[in-house]
Write a protein that binds this ligand. Sequence first.
Ligand SMILES: O=C(CO)[C@H](O)[C@H](O)COP(=O)(O)O
Length: 223
Amino acid sequence: MSDPVVAAKKDAGIRAANMVEDGMIVGLGTGSTVFFAMERLGERIKTEGLRILGVPTSNQTAMRAEEYGIPLTTLTLHPVLDLAIDGADQVDPKKQMIKGRGAAHLREKVVADAAKQFVVVIDSGKEVTGLDAAVPIEVLPFAYGSVAKKLRELGGEPVMREGVKKDGPVISDNGNYVVDCAFGAIADPAGLEAAINRIPGVLGNGIFAAMTAKTVVIVGGKR
Ligand SMILES: O=C(CO)[C@H](O)[C@H](O)COP(=O)(O)O
């Protein structure tokens, strides 16, 4: 019997991929849900002759794109994207979200910001009434100590993300540390997103609260 969460992710991914039109430049997020969208895009390229170019948000996504036959481009050649498809870890009713389980949130935010429309694909387990997950924060290694102190002053509890099958800290695709910082229930996601970004040495954080107007959320298995 198929896993209902996996089935929901696949449904969300396929529906997002079916929104893509011929000639579009498409931001490609990172994670298991967006990979279902990419698989479907690969099928459409083969069967319908769909012509698209993708901008990948991680090394893993670039490798998947190669596997699925999705041609890639860069933000240098295409600074404006028609649409970006990505997953999320928590999404609230205002379409504010927390991302970054895969430590790709810095490039994911750049790509989502460059897109005219941001399509977020989730299963219903990601829907929450209020954001409260630890916030992934990409930090310049040189600044780790001072950033951690400032995050504590903001009321957070920063924890260095540790590697799996690798001793020591996770190093992002951009060569930086990733800190997971719990703040408890987040009353003002936009305010916290901006406050974290104001700390020198912070390169980006996983709260996405500034692009809700162009965000469409697809919850797999729900119509
Ligand atoms: O933000 C992310 C990676 O940095 C992912 O998009 C997010 O963690 C969702 O992943 P999944 O679709 O595998 O549940």
